[in-house]
Design a protein around this ligand. Structure first.
Ligand code: CAA
Length: 258
């Protein structure tokens, strides 16, 4: 497996665990972290033995944001020419499902990366926020859009305009996170959930992810046609035959991924 400086990557059966590992900077996301995450997610997507991933940080910080020290002296021309942050679209292009397991601070870019995941499981000490306004800027990795989709305008606007942090319980009530668990159990719970997803047919997992994500891009009627066509398409797969035969035969399905 590739060697990384800022992240740890390990495979636990069919689950890839990616851990942000810049503890001295509370996992601030600099360009080098981004490049490593792009490589790790691409490797996960390309590896047929891997079915689901978990991205996590430390107990204190999932990630405290984009690296302020890296950005502070940049000018408009440099930011624009390099299309700073556009690389994150390579992370969101990951086709297989992945979960963010968030403990501690998920601020700015940290909150934004968590929201790039298919869903978030939060430790009870998690703190989400978009405090960029305090730095004289705005979210830049999708926060204004994904947060608003997730929790609605009122709370998203309040968070972006005041920079206030939202704790785990409120985040669950608001629909930002799928589930809150005691922080000591966070990784186990996230890995267990990832194992469950990894035990499903891989084609169906990708199709389910694609169609839920389509709800953010399409109108209802168009989204329903998209869903139905993907559903029809799976009837061309061996996994659909196997899944339904296994149900009828009262046995566990043996997925082939085709
Ligand atoms: N970038 C670079 N370094 C960071 C960082 C960041 N986002 N967040 C923390 N660090 C560094 C600190 O500078 C400090 O380093 P030194 O020891 O060298 O001084 C180290 O991590 C520990 O941080 P603190 O001493 O501040 O730790 P704390 O426990 O007192 O406070 C915190 C924790 C409240 C999270 C505080 O670190 C903080 O407010 N961090 C910045 C949060 C922020 O503004 N995030 C948004 C960044 S901009 C962005 O993300 C843009 C975007 O949309 C993509």
């Amino acid at each position: 497996m590739a060697e990384y400086e800022n992240i740890l990557v390990e495979q636990r059966r069919a689950v890839t665990l990616i851990t942000l590992n810049r503890p001295k900077a509370l996992n601030a996301l600099n360009t080098s972290v981004l490049q490593e995450l792009i490589a790790a997610f691409a490797a996960f997507d390309a590896d047929d033995s891997q079915r689901c991933a978990v991205l996590t940080g430390s107990e204190k910080a999932f990630a405290a944001g984009a690296d302020i020290k890296e950005m502070q002296d940049q000018g408009f021309a440099q930011m624009y020419a390099s299309n700073f942050f556009a690389g994150w679209e390579k992370v969101t292009a990951t086709r297989k499902p992945w979960i963010a397991a968030v403990a501690g601070y998920a601020l700015g870019g940290g909150c934004e990366v968590a929201m790039m995941a298919d869903f978030i499981i939060a430790g009870d000490n998690a703190q989400f926020g978009q405090p960029e306004i305090k730095l004289g800027v705005t979210p830049g990795m999708g926060g204004s859009q994904r947060l608003t989709h997730a929790i609605g305008k009122a709370k998203a606007m309040e968070m972006c305009l005041t920079g206030r942090m939202m704790g785990a319980e409120e985040a669950e009530r608001a629909g930002l996170v799928a589930r809150v668990v005691p922080v000591t159990e966070l990784l186990d719970e996230a890995l267990k959930t990832a194992e469950t997803i990894a035990s499903m047919g891989p084609l169906a997992a990708i199709a389910n992810k694609e169609m839920v994500n389509a709800a953010f891009e399409m109108g209802l009627a168009q989204g329903i046609v998209f869903e139905r066509r993907l559903f029809h398409g799976l009837f061309g797969s061996e996994d659909q035959k196997e899944g339904m035969a296994a149900f009828v035969d009262k046995r566990k399905a043996e997925w082939k991924g085709r």
